[in-house]
Design a binder for this molecule. Structure first.
Ligand code: FAD
Length: 581
């Protein structure tokens, strides 16, 4: 058995994990585990930018940023957390700049900014330029910059180590996290990582759906492990569909295209967003634009009768496109054979971002229940966490801001916590569950059920039943289907029985996680009988603050099913009102 001991273990090497590692390393001995090589994390795919009210091109301030975020969240975001996000955003951007991040510049040398959906001046009066960017490679630059800084701080990296379990124990009424069990992909060996503090920064779970912008590795491993240990997840019904994925493939075409002036057109050549959002038009919030595209297609105005519309950026001209959006031009040319310089890009909404996730407080500590009891030694930040700054719908550019702001706060708190406590004794066989599960998958026959087939059926069922528009009937069908797939999963086997780079085995384990996450998403969704943000129901079309201005919490019950409870939304400055863009 391979054994390691660190003050702080961070699982995930995206923007959130690396920012936390950097800050934890200032006071603790830190290791980062990642199933990918760090710079391949999904943060590296972020194109459009990172939001902060620098006001470099016109007046802006953090109050307006906070208001836009609250409104974007359809009033489900916790306003104390949103205040922290909006206030700290400029400070962390300058920090990244001083670390060497090569932001684009204004002619007078300041950080350049571009408009993005839902970001406005003066409480919704007109769009504002708030997104700081490095061409359409912002996330790539953030990841490279933070990785270099982590090297400088002597953070230890365990690359291509996949977390398969957490060491969590219940003592009295409190939960305590003592470490991580990881599978070394190169050798097939299990490792125990004993830690005083563990942070989960594993990103999202777009792979529950068939059309997604997410990387293959975004399979919700951490939240699924927590469910298995009896802990709660928050607001799982809220999953964002980004309006502009490449038709059929789902790859993302950044909102930055519309930020720079690109427009959406239906089969009649009409700029239909003028009808749905007279002020913000193509730059309304994502839930609004995705639903508009969906309705245009449903009403027969998809291009050539097919389920897509056009994103037209031809009028921007080749020079602007190549300077500001070079990767988008290349993605379209390579994957679609469409040149955005001369033709509009075929787009459809794509499953993109998890607003819900692991509940945390402002220091990134994982918390449970209405009383917000901390799980000692356990932290979460980034897309996997729900603090909740995005509520029912995230605004573009606010995820990268969330990663660095709450990654920093969590890292700082971890160092302090690790300094105050001793290592807690480990249970007798911490690797027991992981070993058993791996043996089961290796010994099952593959004739019974293949992981690939179950995954495809799950993704199709989620796309159809728990997608942009939901109804009781569609969601019930998906829940029934998921139950059947869970049964079939028990018999799943893997063909590769070897130890080295057994991706077959790891994918089968990931599928187990995806199935659990899909199920709690569908159950949380069918339970919420209203429409709010990304959760739009055909059978309950309006927002219902009287009954539903609250967060959903879901956990595994004693009988094997799931139990739902609620916790109130934190409201400080902005009383809920109807959203208009
Ligand atoms: C195509 C695309 C474009 C985007 N553009 C923008 C944008 O312009 N602006 C914006 O604000 N947001 C954008 N987003 C959203 C944003 O990029 C993500 O929400 C954010 O990068 C997530 O960062 P993270 O640190 O939480 O996790 P990620 O960057 O997703 O990293 C997850 C890490 O966890 C590790 N991991 C996962 N599971 C395990 C496991 N079991 N064991 C070990 N390691 C594990 C992975 O190896 C990886 O290192 C975009 C998202 C996509 C998909």
């Amino acid at each position: 058995m391979a054994f390691h001991q660190y003050d702080a273990i961070i699982v995930g090497a995206g923007g959130a994990g690396l920012m936390a590692a950097l800050y934890a390393a200032k006071g603790a001995n830190v290791a980062v585990l990642s199933k990918l090589y760090p710079t391949r994390s999904h943060t590296g795919a972020a194109q459009g930018g990172i939001g902060a009210s620098l006001g470099n091109l016109e007046e802006d301030n953090w109050h307006w940023h906070a208001y836009d975020t609250v409104k974007g969240s359809d009033y489900l975001g916790d306003q104390d957390a949103i205040e922290v996000l909006a206030k700290m955003a400029p400070e962390v951007i300058y920090e990244l700049e001083h670390m060497g991040l090569p932001f684009d510049r204004t002619p007078d040398g300041k950080i350049a900014q571009r408009p993005f959906g839902g970001h406005s001046r003066d409480y919704g009066q007109a769009p504002v330029r708030r997104s700081c960017y490095a061409a359409d490679r912002t996330g790539h630059m953030i990841l490279q910059t933070l990785y270099q800084q982590c090297m400088k701080e002597n953070v230890t990296f365990f690359n291509e180590y996949q977390m398969v379990d957490l060491i969590i124990e219940k003592e009295g009424d409190s939960y305590l996290c003592k470490g991580v069990i990881a599978y070394e992909i190169d050798t097939g060996e299990l490792h125990t990582f004993h830690a005083k503090a563990v942070m989960l920064a594993t990103g999202g779970w777009g792979k529950c759906w068939s059309v997604t912008s997410n990387a293959f590795t975004l399979t919700g491993d951490a939240p699924a492990i927590l469910l298995r240990h009896g802990l709660e997840l928050e607001d799982m019904e809220f999953f964002q569909f980004h309006p502009t994925g490449i038709y059929r493939l789902g790859f993302l075409i950044t909102e930055g295209v519309r930020g720079e002036g690109g427009i959406l057109l239906n089969s009649e050549g009409e700029r239909f967003m003028e009808r749905y959002a007279p002020t913000m038009k193509d730059l309304a919030s994502r839930d609004v634009v995705s639903r508009a595209i969906y309705l245009e297609i449903e009403e027969g105005r998809g291009i050539g009768g097919k389920p897509y519309v056009h994103l037209d950026a031809v009028h921007l001209g080749e020079e602007q496109l190549m300077k500001k959006l070079p990767d988008i031009v290349e993605i379209s040319r390579v994957y679609l054979g469409v040149d955005p310089v001369t033709s509009p890009i075929p787009v459809q909404p794509t499953a993109h971002y998890a607003m819900g996730g692991i509940p945390t407080d402002l220091d990134g500590r994982v918390i449970m229940g209405v009383e917000r009891e901390p799980v000692y030694g356990l932290y979460a930040a980034g897309e996997v966490a729900c603090v909740s700054v995005h509520g029912a719908n995230r605004l573009g550019t606010n995820s990268l801001t969330d990663l660095v702001v709450f990654g920093k706060l969590a890292g700082q708190h971890m160092a302090k916590f690790a300094d105050e406590i001793d290592f807690q004794p480990l249970p007798k066989d911490p690797e027991g569950w992981a070993r058993g599960e791996i043996e089961r998958l290796l010994s099952n026959s593959t004739d019974e059920a293949t992981a690939a087939k179950i995954r495809n059926e799950m993704q199709e069922s989620m796309q159809h039943g728990v997608g942009i528009y939901r109804t009781d009937k569609l969601m019930s069908e998906t829940i029934t289907k998921l139950k059947e797939l869970q049964q079939r999963y028990k018999k799943v086997g893997v063909e590769d029985k070897g130890k080295r780079f057994n991706t077959d085995l790891m994918e089968a384990m990931e599928l187990g996680n995806l199935l659990d996450i899909a199920e709690v998403t569908a159950l949380s969704a069918i339970n919420r009988t209203e429409s709010r943000g990304a959760h739009a129901r055909g059978d309950y079309e309006t927002r219902n603050d009287a009954d539903w201005l609250k967060h959903t919490l879901i956990r595994r019950g004693t009988g094997g099913g799931y139990e739902i409870s609620y916790k109130p939304v934190v409201i400080t400055d902005f009383e809920p009102k109807e959203r208009k863009y």
